[in-house]
Write a protein that binds this ligand. Structure first.
Ligand SMILES: [Zn+2]
Length: 119
């Protein structure tokens, strides 16, 4: 079981991570809107570099969207007092591991076992 203080720490971390992602997403949006489609005289190299950047932004957004979902789920688990419970074995995940990775749902052992299974 986590102490009240540990839960506050995790909540803090999840919220600041959330803010960081949203700020970054806003930056990405600015980048997209700044794309100057009417610029004349650019060479094809420029154009493909720009397309590549644009595609990269979209991919980042996709990954960040998934992370945001995970953060929201972690906050829900925190509210329900389940954040420290491993999804697989129902043992305690442990505060140090949650601190390093607040969105995790698995203890170290189960995480390693899943990775071995997947390999
Ligand atoms: Zn486990």
């Amino acid at each position: 079981m986590l102490t009240q203080e540990q839960k506050y720490t995790l909540r803090d971390r999840l919220h600041s991570e959330r803010r960081r992602i949203l700020a970054h997403a806003a930056d990405g949006l600015g980048f997209t809107m700044d794309r100057d489609r009417d610029r004349v005289g650019r060479d094809p190299m420029d154009e493909s570099a720009e397309e590549w950047l644009y595609a990269t932004e979209l991919r980042i957004h996709d990954r960040e969207k998934k992370l945001l979902t995970k953060i929201d789920e972690a906050l829900d688990r925190l509210d329900e007092d389940l954040i420290d419970e491993c999804e697989d074995c129902e043992e305690s995940i442990g505060f140090p591991r949650l601190c390093a990775r607040p969105v995790t749902t698995l203890c170290v052992e189960c995480k390693e076992r899943r990775e071995t299974d997947e390999a």
